[in-house]
Design a protein around this ligand. Structure first.
Ligand code: FES
Length: 126
């Protein structure tokens, strides 16, 4: 974005954010979910890249991975502590919050926005 002017929009107080509970804001006509994950703020357009469903209304939870043994047999599942996904409520696609990429098909990616925390307030930069 070099050479392009970006504008910061104050969207909420930091104290309003609760871990894994999106707060909905509107920025220049765009619905955005602001979600706190491990003290990091993420901003995601509330529109699923699959069919424009309200992705930020979905569950936010740790990604479930399989434990495979040396023969590649499933030996159970576990919730990955460092990977947090949001699940679109319309058709169930899961997206990694940090990267925005769909876990099932990397062609689908959330529209993430720059979220800035400063002096107890959250800004989104467009
Ligand atoms: S609209 Fe989100 S999975 Fe289809």
């Amino acid at each position: 974005m070099e050479g392009q002017f970006r504008m910061e929009h104050l969207v909420c107080e930091r104290s309003r954010l609760v871990e894994r509970k999106p707060v909905f804001v509107n920025v220049e006509g765009m619905d955005v979910g602001v979600v706190l994950i491990k003290d990091q703020v993420h901003a995601v357009e509330n529109s699923c890249p699959h069919a424009e469903g309200p992705v930020c209304l979905g569950d936010v939870s740790n990604r479930v991975r399989m434990k495979l043994d040396e023969n590649k047999l499933n030996r159970g599942e576990y919730a990955s502590p460092d990977e947090v996904n949001i699940v679109c409520p319309w058709h169930g696609l899961e997206f990694d919050i940090a990267s925005g990429v769909c876990t099932a098909d990397s062609r689908f990616k959330l529209h993430k926005l720059a979220a800035i925390e400063r002096d107890g307030k959250i800004y989104i930069s467009l």
